[in-house]
Design a protein around this ligand. Structure first.
Ligand code: AMP
Length: 558
């Protein structure tokens, strides 16, 4: 397991001037990151001493791509406080909802090259937490890091002593696309286990040292954990794309030319947008060594375009939910996959994790049982603690397994530790290592590779027929001309009346005849009732702030 705080401290002493993070909002070296986080940790300690925040209580961190965000995360972790990242691009109502949900009395705001500690006004805090929150002067604030960024740090005795493996490291709220957002509690141990694996994906950890990692995702989205902590654990540099730069492809290209990332981490939708730029080729960006994708389906069309533009780079598809610390499987996509498969695999499951398939008839299939389709169930050492202050939701999604009951009920022996780390299988259980997280994703295994083919909640009923939207999308994508697709239900009075397929196919004109061609193609592959009533051609699929396809927006336009 990798302790990321120890790694940061190590690189801060080995290469203090190496840049840990840079964006258009500023940069910070490893040395300064460690030093500033110590000052901020000292401030948090002082607030604890005053009774304003209790040890272990979450702290909200608000900002965007400022270096102070990272300083704040590290400071919280050093003091054993979970941090909850809130991105400036989130709607105010959502920020208020999250603050109320976590009930924190303390928020760190990162702006104007400072990390300022504020008290959250009582009016925002939820009912649940009123009793525990400190009701002091709401105007009170404490400024940190302004001095320390210039090296004039206040003295503080804070080290890593309060950062325990079982502490919750961060609380990230899920996108809420399927209901109210839930705060996923990821422990330091979860993160350490994820990094143990992730730092070795595609290249060794040693090879990653000193290299530049692209950060596209906002810090409120767990994809950012993949780039940020993989970079910090390997002694790399994070080149972080600001939302203003992201909104402008030409500025994004300039940023990429200037920062020269070797490791690219993004959603497939984001790379699709950049692939529209003619200059985005290996010739112009020879430094890009590996592309890592996560968060949504990587289509064959995207992978093929990318491999054509970057024949010497590796393309890695990874899969996982926030509830199991970013990703639990990976595969390097090769030409063979594109030629031989209908759908790209999401790869081989990492050590320390077991994936099972929960079928509709109640049976559970293992990774050895090819082709059995059902819900992807995840067990192992990166399965999160649960949803913050939501025991019912936690129990509904995180099923306790027999081995897990034992693990959580008693003191951990060295043997238990091995089981939890995935080095050993517990006696009497077929590979159960922890709670079983029900992903809501549909998948199956083939030759040791996991495939994710959609979501159970993208299963719809139209005129009484049940179908998977992902299935229809995959079949539209099998047309050579189609680059991207999203099929959404069209509702009226809360009922699904029909389906609309949004299609990106630059080589087609988007005429009525082209729509008919798509439908004719589908009729050959699917039952007639699965063929969308309307096919709409669009230039590109809209993206959410996280960089995933914005299904809600498309539903409004269906
Ligand atoms: P999030 O928790 O926001 O990271 O979203 C996790 C969800 O994104 C998963 O449960 C999947 O539905 C989807 N997802 C993540 N990676 C992939 C992938 N490689 N292919 C298909 N879907 C994915």
């Amino acid at each position: 397991m990798i302790n990321v705080l120890e790694k940061i401290e190590f690189f801060a002493s080995k290469s203090p001037d190496r840049i840990a993070f840079e964006s258009v909002r500023g940069s910070i070296s490893y040395g300064k990151l460690w030093e500033c986080s110590e000052v901020l940790a000292g401030r948090i300690g002082a607030l604890e001493a005053e009774g304003i925040v209790r040890r272990g209580e979450p702290i909200a961190v608000f900002g965007h791509k400022e270096p102070e965000m990272l300083v704040s995360f590290v400071a919280c972790a050093r003091m054993g406080h979970p941090y909850c990242p809130l991105d400036r691009s989130m709607p105010e109502s959502r920020i208020k909802d999250i603050l109320a949900e976590i009930g924190t009395s303390v928020m760190i705001r990162c702006e104007d090259e400072e990390a300022k500690i504020f008290q959250v006004p009582e009016s925002i805090l939820g009912e649940k937490c009123r009793d525990s929150a400190y009701h002091g002067d709401p105007e009170r604030s404490s400024t940190c890091c302004d001095d320390s960024l210039n090296g004039k740090s206040e003295s503080s005795s804070t080290g890593c002593d309060d950062a325990l493996d079982e502490n919750v490291m961060y609380i990230i709220f899920t996108s809420g696309s399927t209901g109210k957002p839930k705060g996923v509690e990821v422990t330091s141990e979860n993160l350490g286990n994820f990094l143990e694996w992730m730092t070795g994906v595609a290249t060794d950890i040693g090879e990653k040292e000193g290299k530049v990692f692209l950060n596209q995702a906002p810090y409120s989205f767990d994809l950012s954990v993949m780039d940020t902590y993989t970079a910090l654990a390997s002694g790399g540099t994070i080149a972080s794309l600001d939302k203003e730069v992201l909104a402008n492809p030409a500025r994004t290209m300039d940023f990429l030319r200037e920062k020269k990332p070797e490791y690219w981490i993004s959603t497939p939708s984001f790379v699709d947008m950049i692939l529209a730029e003619k200059d985005f080729t290996q010739e112009n960006f020879p430094h890009i060594h590996v592309f890592y994708f996560c968060g949504e389906r990587l289509t064959k069309a995207t992978a093929e375009k990318l491999m054509t533009a970057f024949p010497d780079s590796k393309v890695i598809n990874t899969y996982g939910p926030t509830e199991s610390t970013v990703a639990i499987s990976q595969v390097e996509i090769k030409r063979e996959h594109i030629e031989a498969e209908d759908e790209l695999p999401v790869g081989q499951v990492k050590p320390g994790t077991t994936v099972l398939i929960g079928m509709e008839n109640g049976e559970i299939a293992t990774d050895k049982e090819d082709g059995k389709i059902g819900e992807i169930l995840i067990e192992g050492n990166t399965v999160a603690k649960g949803y913050f202050r939501a025991p019912e939701k936690t129990d509904a999604a995180f099923e306790k397994t027999p081995a897990d009951e034992k693990f959580y009920a008693c003191e951990k022996t060295p043997e238990d530790e091995k089981i939890y780390a995935g080095e050993k299988t517990p006696e009497g259980s077929e590979g159960s290592k922890s709670r079983r997280y029900h992903t809501g994703d549909l998948g199956y295994f083939k030759a040791g590779q996991l495939y994710c083919i959609g979501r159970t909640d993208l299963q719809v009923k139209v005129h009484g027929y049940r179908m998977e939207l992902g299935d229809i999308e995959a079949n539209i994508l099998s047309m050579r001309e189609v680059e991207a697709v999203c099929v959404v239900p069209k509702r009226s009075d809360g009922k699904i009346r029909s389906l609309t397929g949004f299609v990106v196919a630059p080589s087609m004109e988007g005429t009525f005849g082209d729509g008919k061609k798509v439908k004719a193609h589908l009729k050959e592959l699917l039952p007639e009732y699965m063929v969308p009533k309307k096919i709409k051609f669009i230039e590109s699929l809209p993206m959410t702030a996280n960089g995933k396809i914005d299904r809600k927006k498309l539903e409004e336009e269906a």
